[in-house]
Design a protein around this ligand. Structure first.
Ligand SMILES: [Zn+2]
Length: 452
């Protein structure tokens, strides 16, 4: 019976292998533009299937489209049911401007303790750590009491309709598990000498608002004969800029501010002062507190007019809205009605891109995550706080079908999370985090699935 420590020690001896695995994954470009045909995730899934096969781990590929396969691997336990699912995704976002990259984006260049490449951080690092974790458990013939699953989905970057969204709807049995961990949380913030990990327990909602301004076209040389819709737009933009969202401090994070050495009890009336005091010490924490204490309403695109000498009859403004987990559509509509009240010729509709979602912070999984991270980095002094993410991931699909899902990746506290630059130029991952992440996944699986 291998001890957990002996498994973690093997990770330290496998660094070259882990780096090599991550490089192989980055070198398969699985770029998702959002427009079919795209993604081409199947080669990544096939690579993982073959790699796992050589480690005696069974897996299969399931896809709505043959080019967009999802990888599903299972390690059976003594009991039939799966207790833990390790989640990630295989697609990556496009490269915007190759000439700005220091190294070719799919070369997976290793330098200065980091691996550079599109997908290096989002999300092939987590996939690497999870694959390696499963392999090390198998190499040591660790016997599990409860089943373990590894699922890497396609299309995370464009809504998951070919990935977890499709699996949850058409093949929920392939995701069956009590608990899951995924991207979208688990980074560390350092404040007043404390290392505080942010466990991703939920996600804000994302809505797209299409606001239309109606006027009446006319020749621009006699503009008074028509009605210029751009003036409605200008009034609306002024109102949106002045919009003061209602402040709220009811998310669980606000009950844990003492972990960050913030002693004031946050309330809607003092939260902006607290944020202002945090700002010089940690911009990341300040941004998080700001995003989690209010809904945001942000104009992002304007479309309108048909000719430079015609009064525009119609202008459309698109806004991005991020709502808190308890702010549903009727709340968002009330806010918009208030903001746009009295603007002439205006109407809007609301499109949900992602519904806000949340798992409870109090769970057996949360306790296991804390133990796993402490074991992975060999520190017993780390602290934890529950975070709701302002972005969204595939976790919304698994939370929806009743799986307690956390954003937890096991990154190393000395690895600056701003260096990863996910979705940006020179995306990279720290080898230090790749190693701690592998250890964290092993420790978590060993604990939750009852390894012996
Ligand atoms: Zn991602």
């Amino acid at each position: 019976m291998p001890s957990l420590q002996s498994l973690l020690d093997q990770v330290d001896r496998s660094v070259d292998e882990i780096v090599g695995l991550e490089q192989s994954l980055i070198r398969i470009p699985s770029v998702n533009t959002g427009f079919m045909p795209t993604g081409n995730e199947t080669p990544v899934a096939e690579f993982c299937r073959d790699w796992l096969g050589s480690e005696r781990v069974e897996s299969h590929i399931l896809g709505r489209d043959p080019e967009r396969g999802n990888l599903i691997a299972t390690v059976p336990g003594r009991q039939r049911k799966t207790r833990l699912m390790l989640m990630s995704h295989t697609d990556v976002v496009p490269v915007e401007n190759v000439s700005k990259w220091r190294y070719e984006p799919f070369s997976a260049t290793v330098t200065g303790g980091r691996i550079y490449g599109r997908g290096a951080s989002d999300c092939k690092a987590l996939l690497t750590a999870q694959l390696m974790a499963v392999a090390i458990l198998r190499r040591n013939d660790v016997r599990l009491e409860h089943g373990l699953r590894l699922v890497s989905g396609a299309d995370e970057e464009h809504g998951g309709r070919w990935g977890f969204g499709w699996l949850a709807e058409m093949h929920p049995e392939s995701l069956e598990s009590e608990f899951a961990v995924n991207e979208g949380g688990g980074t560390a913030v350092e404040m007043a000498g404390n290392v505080v990990y942010l466990l991703g327990i939920g996600e804000k909602g994302r809505l797209e608002i299409h606001v239309r301004f109606k006027g009446e076209s006319a020749h621009a040389s006699v503009p008074w004969t028509g009605k210029n819709s751009s003036f409605g737009l200008s009034e609306a933009l002024k109102r949106i800029e002045a919009y003061k969202p209602e402040l709220d401090t009811s998310l669980p994070l606000f009950d844990h501010l003492s972990e960050f050495a913030i002693e004031d009890k946050p309330t809607p009336s003092n939260i902006d002062r607290i944020i202002a005091e945090v700002e010089p010490k940690s911009r990341r924490l300040a941004t998080l507190l700001r995003a989690l204490s209010r809904m945001t309403l942000t104009p992002t695109m304007i479309k309108g007019g048909i000719k430079s000498n015609s009064v525009p009859e119609m202008i459309e403004l698109t806004c991005d809205v991020r709502s808190l987990p308890f702010q549903h559509e009727d709340y968002v509509r009330r806010q918009l009605d208030q903001v746009l009240k009295g603007v002439e010729g205006v109407e809007y509709d609301v499109d949900y891109m992602s519904v806000p979602n949340q798992s409870p912070y109090e769970s057996e999984l949360a306790e296991a995550v804390k133990r796993a991270q402490a074991a992975a980095i060999g520190r017993s002094d780390i602290r934890w706080a529950p975070m709701v993410s302002n972005g969204f991931t595939d976790s919304r699909f698994t939370r929806n079908i009743g799986i307690v899902t956390y954003g937890f990746t096991g990154v190393h506290p000395s690895d600056d999370p701003t260096l990863t630059n996910a979705h940006g130029t020179n995306e990279s991952t720290g080898i230090l985090s790749l190693v701690s992440s592998t250890k964290a996944m092993i420790a978590l699986a060993y604990d939750v699935c009852g390894g012996r």
